[in-house]
Ligand binder design. Structure first.
Ligand code: ZN
Length: 155
């Protein structure tokens, strides 16, 4: 990639990640709202946010404020949405507002996703480590609510 192409990719990454952040606002979860987009060949082929499965009540927490065990993460919702579509995620990029957990990392690997751009580091790093072991490029982009985003790490 030339420097110009790299800059273009960086700008696109920031925009898609901002869109994922807006998409997270759809989530009914109170504890944490996460949004994800899957982009392939410059097309958004899927989207997701954390929440209960289709047909369930839009409440993520139980009476004690704990997240219900059947809440799907944003990445899992985006990936499984593709399973119901005519598309496929092979070679795609996943944009997600928080770094994937290990359960989602497994799905990301098996879905053929090649790149993961995320907006903030999740408390556990084992998901990212698994992705890196599978040869998936991971990129942390910190986007302030206002101002110019900056690249924090590019392993
Ligand atoms: Zn997850």
């Amino acid at each position: 990639m030339t420097e110009q192409e790299q800059h273009k990719q960086y700008e696109l990454d920031c925009r898609y990640l901002r869109m994922a952040r807006i998409w997270a606002e759809n989530s009914y979860c109170r504890r944490r709202q996460v949004g994800a987009l899957i982009v392939k060949d410059k097309m958004i082929i899927s989207d997701g946010y954390n929440g209960t499965p289709s047909g369930f009540e839009n409440v993520c927490e139980d009476a004690n404020g704990l997240t219900k065990p059947y809440v799907l993460h944003a990445e899992a919702n985006a990936i499984t949405k593709i399973a119901r579509s005519g598309n496929n995620s092979d070679g795609a990029t996943l944009y997600v507002t928080a770094s994937p957990c290990i359960e989602c990392a497994k799905l990301i690997i098996q879905a053929g996703i090649k790149r993961v751009v995320y907006g903030e580091a999740y408390r556990l790093a084992d998901g990212l480590e698994l992705l890196q072991r599978a040869g998936i490029e991971t990129l942390l982009l910190e986007i302030p609510t206002d101002g110019v985003p900056s690249v924090l790490s590019q392993p």
